[in-house]
Design a protein around this ligand. Structure first.
Ligand code: NAD
Length: 407
């Protein structure tokens, strides 16, 4: 992860809210705020009562906006029982808050309500959210983007991309099963024998592996493919068949690299044959920072089995199927093509719980044993995930997108 400033990032010494607790001064408890998410269709909440209880027991003040957890089935009463105060609105929530935990990136107008020197932690979707980043920079707000948490072993407990991809992969498999006109398991009944359905999973990262495991549990025959050869072992360990291609496109940090034109052609050939024999295809293929690779061409869809279903988890980044439209369900050649958005939000109880635990682990790096916010962001996880601080965009790729690279 490229960082513009030096790895040790000093916290603004003039911050009156973020009292570092120097000798002789009374230490203020850290005030942690949890808003009600405002993005359309977002049912998750950034913290849950179980985590709030841990934070309040550690001496922090937690404020939760009224009905913040209502859509994920954590009512205000549960937060109150866990030691939180309920804020009737945004102004009460944010006044004097040191840290704001969120799921979706804040809007510009939400950012403008924050205290100067406040710290925001959540998904920031930096490349698609530049106006908000500029506003945070100009207002002296600090933001940590969970997408930027490095995928090292020590950061696994804070890896919100993984926890939410797990939820997404599960929902994709359920959605596939629910949209398919067939049973998934093999059945031997008095009314005859039913052959099991075939599920094909393209992209066997975190979401893909969960989709494989869930489809297997539902009794389907599962095949999977990924450009990273290392994924083969994981696929096989779940009892699915791994489709081998003479390509190993493992790039930096364990992620996939883009394929060459020749490799793409070989891939197309093999994937098309597998798609044609599947009842449900779940696609999850992604390359960080790029449009999703097209794995299923229009012509291939027309070769699919009648009633087959495509669940395109890459819909929001362009889709792995040429016919996918994000947020829509289409019917072409008798095939259903679903381009779902925000799948984790469809299991908001557990996806919020997992996300809240990711944030709890992240806060343990940011708040020291004395209950104060650390005065220097020296930990490599904090350094890598820091997006904006002290009026500077600290994440190099985002900075490059802004003002031609000027801070
Ligand atoms: P991702 O969401 O970026 O992509 C999903 C999958 O699509 C990946 O497995 C990728 O290889 C695959 N893909 C890309 N192009 C493809 C193509 N043309 N055809 C088929 N498949 C294609 O990935 P992710 O789920 O975030 O995981 C990426 C990597 O990070 C994996 O190796 C995963 O095991 C690793 N990871 C490590 C940690 C950790 O160590 N803490 C945590 C989570 C994930």
């Amino acid at each position: 992860m490229e960082i513009v400033s030096s790895p040790a990032v000093a916290v603004n010494p003039n911050a009156d809210v973020l009292d570092p607790g120097e000798a002789g001064r009374e230490k203020n408890p850290v005030v942690i705020a949890v808003p009600r998410e405002t993005a359309t269709g977002e049912l998750r909440v950034a913290s849950v009562p179980e985590v709030v209880r841990k934070l309040t027991t550690s001496g922090h003040n937690v404020r939760v906006e009224h009905d913040a957890g209502i859509n994920s089935f954590y009512p205000d009463d549960m937060f109150i029982e866990a030691g939180a105060k309920i804020a009737s609105g945004r102004t009460d929530l944010l006044a004097g808050a040191s840290i704001l935990l969120c799921v979706q990136p804040l809007t510009v107008s939400e950012i403008e309500q924050l205290d100067r020197n406040a710290i925001v932690i959540g998904f920031m979707n930096p490349a698609n959210n530049l106006p908000a980043i500029i506003r945070m920079r100009d207002l002296g707000i600090t933001a940590f983007a969970l997408e930027l948490v490095p995928r090292i072993s020590r950061a696994q407990s804070m890896d919100a991309l993984s926890s939410q991809a797990t939820a997404g992969g599960y929902v994709a498999a359920i959605l596939g099963a629910g949209s398919c006109p067939k049973f998934l398991p093999m059945l031997t009944t008095a009314a005859g024998t039913i052959r099991p359905a075939t599920v094909l999973v393209l992209g066997a990262g975190v979401a893909g592996l969960m989709a494989i495991a869930t489809s297997k549990r539902l009794g389907a025959v599962v095949e999977a493919y990924d450009v990273r050869r290392a994924a083969g072992e994981q696929v096989r360990s779940l009892g699915a068949k791994f489709l081998e291609l003479e390509i190993n496109a493992e790039g930096q940090g364990g992620y996939a690299r883009e394929l060459t034109p020749e490799e793409k052609e070989k891939e197309q050939h093999m994937v098309s044959a597998a798609v044609a024999r599947a009842d449900i295809v779940i696609t999850t293929a992604a390359i960080p920072g790029r449009k999703a690779p097209v794995l299923i061409k229009k012509e291939t869809v027309s070769t699919m089995r009648a009633g087959a279903v495509i669940i395109d988890m890459a819909a929001e980044t362009g889709g792995n199927c040429e016919l996918t439209e994000a947020g829509k369900t289409k019917h072409e050649h008798g095939i259903t093509i679903i381009g779902p958005q925000n799948l984790p939000s469809r299991v908001p109880f557990h996806s919020s719980q997992m996300y809240a635990k990711n944030l709890q682990a992240f806060l343990a790096l940011l708040i020291d044993k004395n209950g104060s916010i650390v005065t220097e962001f020296t930990d490599e996880i904090l350094v890598a995930s820091l997006l904006v601080h002290n009026g500077v965009v600290t994440h190099k790729p985002t900075l490059d997108l802004l003002d031609g690279g000027k801070p």
